[in-house]
Design a protein around this ligand. Structure first.
Ligand SMILES: *Cc1c(COP(=O)(O)O)cnc(C)c1O
Length: 363
């Protein structure tokens, strides 16, 4: 992408990008039903309507066929999210965007550095948003950015981010390097230079760290063949360089004494001494953090449209029932150590099976 606009958070990157893409008050934005809450709340925060779309059963990213069915004359943007260890069907969504003229926004907050057919994610859509919050693959504690190839959007994005101001062509030492323009109503979502400095250094390590995690997961994948009933979140064949914000594993609970994913995650977390081994996000139609109707500013005409419970997300529900994630920092270990995860899963399975055989309640 030609242009990058740093912001204070990933959430504000989404807001700024949606506004620059022309998302109007009351229009609809397609958002995957399984993702971080900010994807939907950013849309609602600018008065637009998040339309929750179910995910693909293999990749757990937004389902292309479900998205096609949800498009109406009022759809103003499609927000795809490259989730956990995978990416959305970029080619499919690009084609849909071209056919319909609806802009495509890529949320890359969980996929820094991943490549689709050799090209970085975030360089395909009309704009891309990134988060650099402390849990992400590239971080400054808090932070975000929007990427775009369009000079026109770049000019708008700058103003939306900085109270209507944009970069001056020739900065003069001692003066602020932005000037007052005011083509649109902006707000202040700027990133500090201190945060930017951290990111510039972190960026130098990103590819190397991603490669290290890839070697680890490669080793783990081979060993996982030994265990029935556990597999890695599906990755499209076009994903030429995957990255692992969260390594997402899907469990066939039948092989684990029909236990629950919450219990398996808790046991695995204890075995690995890793607090952040957790089931995947609660789908947004029943996620307690996504409660747009509790906002003080819901117009009565939007009440029904904003109700998250009007959406059905059976595939996302199934993912929440069967999938857990392991955080990226654990995957920086040497590839041999993937054996530790395998042993822990085998032990847990043995324990859960034993409990069902002896008829005792699993704890
Ligand atoms: C983290 C995240 C965000 C929000 O980023 P913040 O920097 O925490 O505001 C948005 N979308 C996705 C997919 C994320 O993972």
């Amino acid at each position: 992408m030609n242009y990058c606009i740093p912001t204070c958070h990933g959430s504000s990157a989404l807001v700024v990008a949606l506004e620059a893409l022309g998302v109007q008050y009351g229009s609809e934005v397609l958002v995957p039903g399984l993702t971080w809450v900010a994807c939907a709340s950013a849309v609602a925060s600018i008065g637009a309507i998040p339309v929750l779309i179910d995910v693909d059963s293999d990749t757990l990213c937004m389902s292309l066929s479900a998205a096609k069915k949800a498009i109406t004359p009022n759809t103003s943007a499609i927000m795809i999210v490259h989730l956990y260890s995978s990416v959305a069907d970029i080619d499919g969504f690009l084609e849909l965007s071209l056919q319909t003229g609806i802009p495509l926004l890529e949320d890359c907050s969980q996929a820094h550095g991943a490549k689709w057919k050799g090209k970085r994610v975030g360089s395909f859509g009309d704009a891309a948003a990134f988060s650099f919050q402390q849990t992400k693959l590239l971080t400054s504690g808090e932070g975000g950015a929007v990427l775009t190839n369009s000079a026109e959007n770049y000019y708008l994005l700058q103003q939306i981010r900085a109270d209507g101001r944009a970069k001056v062509k020739q900065p003069i030492k001692g003066y602020l390097d932005i000037e007052e323009v005011g083509d649109v109503q902006g707000r202040n979502y700027g990133m500090s230079e201190f945060h930017a400095a951290l990111l510039i250094e972190g960026l130098k390590r990103l590819d190397e760290e991603n490669e290290k995690r890839n070697e680890f997961v490669h080793s783990l994948k081979t060993k996982l063949n030994r265990i029935d009933g556990v597999k890695i979140q599906g990755q499209p064949s076009e994903l030429s360089f995957p990255v692992y914000y969260h390594l997402c594993l899907r469990f066939d609970l039948n092989f684990f004494g029909n236990s629950t994913i919450d219990k398996i995650a808790k046991a695995l977390s204890a075995e690995l001494r890793l607090p952040a081994v957790e089931p995947v996000d609660v789908p947004l139609n029943k996620n307690k953090l996504y409660c747009p109707l509790r906002s003080p500013r819901v117009p009565s005409t939007h009440r029904e449209l904003l109700n998250p419970e009007r959406f059905e997300l059976p595939v996302a529900d199934e993912a929440r029932r069967t999938c857990l994630t392991i955080p990226h920092n654990a995957l920086l270990a040497s590839p041999d150590e993937s054996e530790v995860i395998i042993k822990a899963i085998e032990k847990i399975r043995y324990n859960f099976l034993l409990r069902t055989e002896s008829g005792t309640e699993s704890a």
